[in-house]
Design a protein around this ligand. Structure first.
Ligand code: 0WD
Length: 256
């Protein structure tokens, strides 16, 4: 039997075939999970429907959810509770910042741009954890996606680096809160991967080529590698781990 046989897992953030969340979907489907998807945009919903058809995957449920809106989160998890009942895992693969804040100098970040990046990229994990924990009555695992720009200054990543630092600190505080319910909260810190969101960050191609040059494994990371690492966090194999940030970056972060 698969590692996630009979487990109900919510996946937030599949925009298209390149999305990290799609890599995760393939890994956890392979291991027998029942899949519940949330989408913000109608456009993403239609793309996802096609993708699922193409790969012969039948979702258990698809609901719309805009993490910027508390009512939308309440409605989405209400629907999940109604239709599915208990959930065992949640994949948070969502972030956003204005394009003008992902270039030039961080010092020029506007108040609104700063707050928006924090809201969608960090607070959203707090809000969905609050909603999901009541459905995780058999224990559970929550996994989010972060990036090295939280720990180091990476050119152009700017406001998103600060939001990812906030996300990683949120992982630790949330892990403490929900640990008593046997719910774990962890993050994957992936190397740069070509996706829709990555296109918004100036100079992204250079970042990817530095990994191929300097990382111990001398190759870039792909969605499937992040998918398998996320699968580990969602499965019982990682039952002793919470509040952790695991780098899936060909080892790049250890190189000075
Ligand atoms: O190199 C990369 N691509 C890396 C990405 C390296 C390390 C980490 N990450 C992170 C990102 O910061 C993000 O947290 O991984 C996560 C997923 O990123 P991705 O797979 O690169 O991005 P993408 O395929 O563009 O999906 C992002 C999705 C949005 O797509 P749409 O088209 O629907 O806007 O984030 C979601 C959405 O699905 N999203 C939202 N979902 C709900 N409510 C919202 C929102 N308000 N805003 C964005």
């Amino acid at each position: 039997a698969g590692l996630l046989e009979g487990k109900n897992i919510v996946i937030m953030g599949v925009a298209n075939e390149r999305s990290i969340a799609w890599g995760i979907t393939k890994s956890i489907h392979r291991e027998g999970a029942n899949l519940i998807f949330t989408n913000r945009q109608e456009r993403s919903y239609k793309k996802l429907l096609k993708l699922l058809e193409k790969h012969d995957i039948t979702p258990k449920l698809m609901v719309s959810c805009d993490v910027a809106d508390d009512n939308s989160i309440t409605e989405a998890f209400g629907k999940i509770k109604e239709e599915v009942g208990v959930i065992h895992g949640l994949v948070h693969s969502v972030a956003f910042a204005n394009r003008e804040d992902l270039q030039g100098e961080f010092v020029d970040t506007s108040r609104d741009g700063f707050l928006l990046a924090q809201e969608i990229s960090a607070y959203s994990l707090v809000a969905v954890t609050k909603a999901a924990k009541d459905l995780m009555t058999e224990g559970g695992s929550i996994v989010t996606q972060t990036y090295l720009g939280s720990e180091r200054v990476i050119p152009n990543y700017n406001v998103m680096g600060v939001a990812k630092a906030s996300l990683e600190a949120s992982v630790r505080y949330l892990a403490e809160d929900v640990g008593k319910r046997n719910i774990r909260v962890n993050a994957i810190s992936a190397g740069p991967i070509r996706t829709l969101s990555a296109k918004g960050v100036s100079g992204f191609n250079e970042k990817a080529s530095v990994i191929e040059e300097k990382a111990p494994l001398r190759r870039s990371v792909d969605q499937d590698q992040v998918g398998d690492a996320t699968l580990f966090f969602l499965s019982d194999l990682s039952r002793g781990i919470t509040g952790e940030v695991l780098h899936v970056d060909s080892g790049f972060h250890i190189i000075g």
